[in-house]
Design a protein around this ligand. Structure first.
Ligand SMILES: Nc1nc2c(ncn2[C@@H]2O[C@H](COP(=O)(O)OP(=O)(O)OP(=O)(O)O)[C@@H](O)[C@H]2O)c(=O)[nH]1
Ligand SMILES: [Mg+2]
Ligand SMILES: [Zn+2]
Length: 311
């Protein structure tokens, strides 16, 4: 019996593709692993990015015997008490939130939600805004204004012309990065531009907005040179923030940060309380109003969820 250690690079049904050295071994999971208490809350106990120990049986089939401890887990949970968590990937160095300036339309609230999700899981976030070739100065200025003082790293690039890619490449080199973003923003196109030998499948140029159809259908880890690992995902639309307390949401907005201590009410959620320092700064134009609205949006959806849960 041959045994080995590897990393899960793709999940398909009950099978897992495990990369070990230069080999890819198709494995299934030893039954007892599905019974393990700590993994029971997940819809699938193993995900892309997992380090595993496996054995190859005499009949040639690979069997995963052990999942090694995880550095972190990026998961998604649907609303509802009995829903299990889907792990999207684990053992990440960073999450790259990919957006496009247009087609599909820029969605900074989505970025903000993912940012909070990542912070909560202690995973650094980098924002990459693609298709700068079709951007005008106004939208570029808007994005910079929106995130002023937010301490969020933003890379503006084009997978078509290559603008900004050299700098972006430095961010992902030698790290394990998860690419997330709605369908059509160009996640796979960026990977193809940087690593042309991969020849990953992207949407046809003729497809207009990317809504409703996914070109990438599986989460998959792509290895490239110099220990760079990238995990491409199908367009991700929703993920919950239900495990965050309403009063803690503001802590994830860096530019609100320490100001919260100056609010008269404690704890302050910066929406209805009088003499709120955050609201004062929004009125004075020091925090972007749309970013504040994005905060309120998150606060209300989390609050709604908590209220309905205990109602
Ligand atoms: N103008 C312009 N178009 C781009 C750029 N990058 C990608 N596109 C186009 O955007 C469309 C979608 O690209 P994909 O790479 O398939 O997008 P994706 O994010 O991987 O989408 P899913 O796999 O469905 O999640 C394609 O038609 C690309 O040609 C860019 O930098 N500029
Ligand atoms: Mg894709
Ligand atoms: Zn306040």
């Amino acid at each position: 019996m041959v045994s080995g250690k590897g990393v899960v690079i793709k999940v398909f049904g009950l099978y897992y593709a495990v990369k070990s050295g230069n080999d890819i071994v198709n494995c299934f999971l030893r039954g007892k692993m599905r019974q393990r208490g700590d993994l029971h809350k997940y819809s699938d106990p193993i995900a892309v990015g997992d380090d595993v120990l496996f054995e190859i049986q005499d009949d040639g089939a690979g069997v995963i015997e052990e999942i090694l401890p995880r550095k972190n887990v990026f998961s998604r949970k649907e609303k509802g008490r009995n829903k299990r968590e889907d792990i999207i990937a684990c053992n990440l160095d960073q999450i790259i939130v990919v957006q496009s300036f247009a087609s599909p339309k820029l969605n900074l609230r989505f970025v903000d939600r993912l940012y909070v999700r990542g912070c909560k899981g202690d995973i650094p976030i980098v924002v990459c805004i693609n298709k700068i070739d079709i951007a005008d100065d106004e939208i570029i200025r808007y994005i910079k204004e929106y995130y002023k003082n937010a301490r969020i790293r933003i890379s503006m690039v084009s997978a078509l012309t290559g603008e900004g890619i050299d700098e972006f490449r430095k961010i992902i080199e030698k790290r394990v990065s998860l690419f997330v973003g709605n369908s059509g923003v160009g996640k796979t196109s960026l990977l193809n531009y940087m690593y042309p030998h991969l020849q990953l499948r992207v949407a046809e140029i003729s497809r207009s907005t990317g809504k409703g159809r996914h070109t990438t259908t599986n989460v998959e880890m792509i290895m490239s040179e110099k220990k760079t690992c990238i995990i491409d995902t199908p367009g991700l639309r929703e993920f919950g923030l239900m495990d965050i307390e309403p009063a803690a949401v503001g802590n994830y907005f860096y530019e609100f940060g320490k100001l919260g201590a100056l609010c008269s009410f404690q704890p302050c959620t910066h929406d209805h309380e009088p003499h709120c320092e955050i609201k004062r700064r929004v009125d004075a134009g020091r925090i972007h109003e749309d970013r504040y609205v994005s905060y309120l949006n998150m606060l209300y959806s989390i609050r709604d969820y908590h209220e309905n849960l205990y109602a």
